[in-house]
Design a protein around this ligand. Sequence first.
Ligand code: HEC
Length: 254
Amino acid sequence: MLSCGRFGRILCAVTGIIFVQCAANGQSLPNLFPFPNATGLLETYNTAGDSVSLSGPFFQSLGTNGRSCVSCHRPAQGWSISSDEVKLRFELTYGKDPLFRTVDGSNCGETVDTSTLAGRRKAYSLLLDRALIRIQRQVPDNAEFNVVSVVNSYGCSDSSTLSLYRRPLPTTNLRFLSTLMWDGRESSPQAGTQKITFATNPGDLLADLAHQAIDATDIHAQGSAPLTEEQQKDIVDFEMGLVTAQAFDYQAGP
Ligand code: HEC
């Protein structure tokens, strides 16, 4: 039995960095390219072609803070992020990669000092240690509960706008979704999107994903203009083509 542990984690993070270089050069990833991780190999297959193109709008800065979808949805990390890779990205860029933005990357945005390296390390500790993004949600007017008080050791203790800390969900294997986002808000009539049902699928899912791409650009990338219909379609087509699995496990085999 092979034991990978720390070495595997570092290798995995380094492979991710190599990938970023490829993306910067507008290259593509061969189908089933094996990304090592702590327990084996992870592979992605694009059902819409023989490679995964790294140059579409998913990989472009569409807002104002330098982020793109791939800042938080990375092929080598199962199209999410991992704490190991985030830490390496922080060290390589002194905490200045666009992932590190106070809008939702810092523990709280109100009072953080990001002018020094030590300040950034403290401000982004939940992102570094747990790969968490701060998602701010208003308590709905018709909520069946009251928020009496919030005690958040990082600040952000507002009880009408709640700060929830969430790992990015993978942007792959999406054809299997029956809800979108951790709280289902991008597939919910209460939030102005469509419920995903057996009868209306895949039209409902495609519409919800297009809507989600607009919101992601608006919020995470601090977009100043909505995505065009063509950009939305490119992103949704790209996401819908991806299928990802742990293809090899050091203990279980292929
Ligand atoms: C700053 C990090 C960040 C960026 C940039 C980002 N996302 Fe996400 N994404 C997240 C987080 C965090 C969640 C989960 C949030 C939640 O459920 O409240 C998420 C969830 C998603 C989901 C939901 C998947 C599911 O299973 O429900 C999709 C799809 C998605 N993102 C697509 C995109 C696209 C497309 C872009 C670019 C336009 C993008 N994201 C940019 C962090 C990010």
